[in-house]
Design a protein around this ligand. Structure first.
Ligand code: 5GP
Ligand code: ZN
Length: 112
């Protein structure tokens, strides 16, 4: 298994886990870009957003609502950002999809 996030799912690499169920896990980003910065990922390996299929609609919704709920629970209800980078041009560095959730600082647009 080459994928870093699959290794986190399997417990082979430690992570500061926030939430886990049968479909997703959420854990703090190792290089936080905001006071709150965590990732929500599917347990199943999906390399990029381009690889998400029609059958994955419930999973995609579950990732989004998990992000929303955890953002609230971590004190970000006033405002936060979610982001999913796709491929090199989109700034993706880990090829197992993950939704970034960043909060507790002022965000700006465009992100650069
Ligand atoms: P991407 O650039 O692919 O959208 O985001 C990958 C994110 O994964 C980065 O924010 C990076 O800090 C985070 N990351 C990379 N390796 C690890 C790791 O081993 N553990 C954790 N918790 N986060 C990681
Ligand atoms: Zn993976």
């Amino acid at each position: 298994m080459d994928c870093l996030f699959c290794k986190i799912v399997a417990g082979q690499i430690p992570a500061r886990k926030i939430y886990e169920d049968d479909q997703v896990i959420a854990f703090h980003d190792i290089g936080p870009q905001a006071p709150v910065h965590f990732l929500v990922i599917p347990k199943r390996h999906i390399a990029t957003l381009n690889d998400l299929g029609e059958d994955d609609r419930p999973l995609a919704g579950h990732i989004l609502f998990t992000a929303q709920r955890l953002a609230r629970e971590l004190g970000c209800e006033e405002g936060f950002r979610v982001a999913m980078n796709c491929n090199e041009l989109g700034g993706q560095t880990v090829y197992h999809i993950h939704m970034h959730v960043l909060g507790q600082r002022q965000m700006h647009w465009p992100p650069g």
